[in-house]
Ligand binder design. Structure first.
Ligand code: FES
Length: 113
């Protein structure tokens, strides 16, 4: 059985076999998700936000690692399986966000001159 997942904000989609992890589906779709432990639920860098639809419920390991954050829609991409039609949002890379904010501040300062 196939499942479909959409990644935001890019809107890229992947059709995968049901039971594929969100991390593997993202790799197939060419959507980068940061990871240091390569899917072993150790680094917590693969957090994504979901509505929960079309995804497996959090397993015990994920629940323990997220310590309640799963109730706000936060999931670990490496532990979450795609089971149906799902949408996940990939947070912006922190380094990219810092650079973008610095560039916006610089642009505001340049307007003052
Ligand atoms: S890839 Fe490290 S926790 Fe998911």
């Amino acid at each position: 059985m196939n499942a479909e997942i959409t990644f935001l904000p890019s809107g890229r989609k992947a059709v995968v076999r049901a039971g594929t992890s969100v991390l593997d589906a993202a790799r197939r779709a060419g959507v980068p998700i940061r990871t240091r432990c390569d899917g072993k639920a150790a680094c917590l860098m693969c957090k994504v936000t979901t509505s929960g639809e079309g995804l497996s419920p959090p397993n015990e390991n994920e629940r323990r690692k997220l310590a309640g954050l799963d109730e706000s829609g936060m999931r670990l991409a490496c532990q979450t399986k795609v089971t149906g039609r799902a949408v996940v949002e990939i947070p912006e890379d922190p380094l990219r966000a810092a650079v973008r904010q610095q560039l916006m501040r610089q642009a505001e300062e340049d307007k003052l001159w």
